[in-house]
Design a protein around this ligand. Sequence first.
Ligand code: M6R
Length: 609
Amino acid sequence: MCGIVGYTGPREAGPILIEGLRRLEYRGYDSAGIALVSEAGDLFVEKKAGKLANLQTAIADRTPSAAIGLAHTRWATHGRPNDLNAHPHQDCTGAITVIHNGIIENFRELRDGLEARGHTLTSETDTEAIAHLVEEAYAGDLADAVRAALRQCEGAYAIAVMHRGETDRLVGARQNVPLVVGLGDGEAFLASDVAAILAHTRRVLFLEEGDVVDLRPWGATITNVEGAPRERAETLVDWSPEAAEKGGYDHFMLKEIHEQPDALRQSLAGRVSTSGRIHAPEVAALTEAFRRVTRVELVACGTASYAALVGAAAIQDWTGLPARVTVGSEFRYSPPPLDENTLVIAVTQSGETADTIAPTRWAREQGCPIVAVTNTVGSAITREANAVMFLQAGPEIAVAASKTFVTQVTTLIVLAAAIAKARGSLGLEQELELGQALRALPEAAARALELAKDVPAMAERYLGARGFMFIGRGYTLPGALEGALKLKEVSYIHAEGYAAGELKHGPISLLDLECPLVAVATRSRVYDKLISNVMEGRARDARVIAVATEGDQGIGRIADDVVWVPETHEALSPVLAVIPLQLFAYYTAVARGNDVDQPRNLAKSVTVE
Ligand code: M6R
């Protein structure tokens, strides 16, 4: 997730763009860059790795006068976070400048084609390909050239483009990544979100999928990529700048919960083809190791360890290899037997968790092949691994993980499929069924959010509970564990996550009217078994909240409250089931007046053992 801002108008563009970037820095800060064009058509570009302050130092006292410009704050996906890969990017002639947020999935083919046609690409990014495609298509009209370039691009993007010879014109486009237009008095703005432009205007056009905007100081013309006109209504935004950073939500946690459809889309970009084939090019070099290994050990902490449970179950199901999860703090000092035939998968959002890094390093020293699954480019875990799969979920600000849990699950599922494919144990039909379910998942997550509209009222109804017991079985257990962790983290109410069949072996004694049972009862191979366990709890007067699959006729008879989620592949069910549970935790915490984004005693990244 990167931040984009553009300006065209009579004022000095430089300071407006830098201030806009400051507001967008929460979206990523691997590097920042700016491009300015003077009225005479002179181009100035500066970009620096690291935080915005590095760019500010680099341009202090030498920012040229300009009435048009683009600026970008980067959160690395393709290419290391260095000066070279920082945006903006140019074409061969230096006339065209592009900034981009998102992922161009077919960038390898595009780059190969461009190089074969004589272009010189100087960065490792997918974005630079866009600049050269616009160069090829340019015949005097920037908007036409951008549309022609985008017709060749697949993936998710928000882009902003300018041409040195068209000194009052910006062209923007959006596909599955946010981009807004700000309309001022004789000036106009493009930005990833309204936070960047609120200081200048509150008149906003929210672009929609496939929109291309041709922007001049006096107004905007919107078309699709074919050039057919589109209309977007102007909105008057009344958010405070602080609320705008949170996308209008009260807290980052709520914003990040609602970002999950987009996070899934970005995370899956390039990993599942339209036909449903599953690809994990990042681990291709480990194909031989995947064939050779006899066991798989996953290491992770907290939320990441629950996502890892889904990964372990899928690896075991699809390969027949024993696969298990050990939390980092146990793995390091009571390690399982490790050798070159043990594949170790380290799962960590931050990539900096000491409890996960130490055992991974130990495993590397024992000769294990290692895959890291992380959200953070350049993080410590990436240096311990033979291959890294990035979540591509964008920065997560709230301490309580949400969008990184769902993208950890999907990334591990893609990895599990890659291991099984390497071993020849995942048939084509099975792969396509899973691939299609993955492709449908972002939409299903959006629907799960819609279906959860009664969760705030439900949270109010259960506010007096002494504690909660979350249960699941098989693939639904990790969702129950994560639901319980979310609730205790942000609401400070005790919640336990338990294997449903274990209830009767002890914890059932906790159940009564004041201790409700939260059953993750989505459709699965062990659904009937789980329902029997719910009945055991009900017989002890526990009120029952069920998360169930849409269309489940029977669940209403045994649950006091039901939250529906769409049907999906069983291995992906935790992604959808967790959504109402995240919201339940959030609204319970808000009702109790807690600091939701920074709960007491917690830190986003735990770098001590
Ligand atoms: O950055 P990591 O994924 O390694 O962090 C692991 C845990 O500290 C983390 O998941 C923690 O449990 C979160 N607070 C969950 O919301």
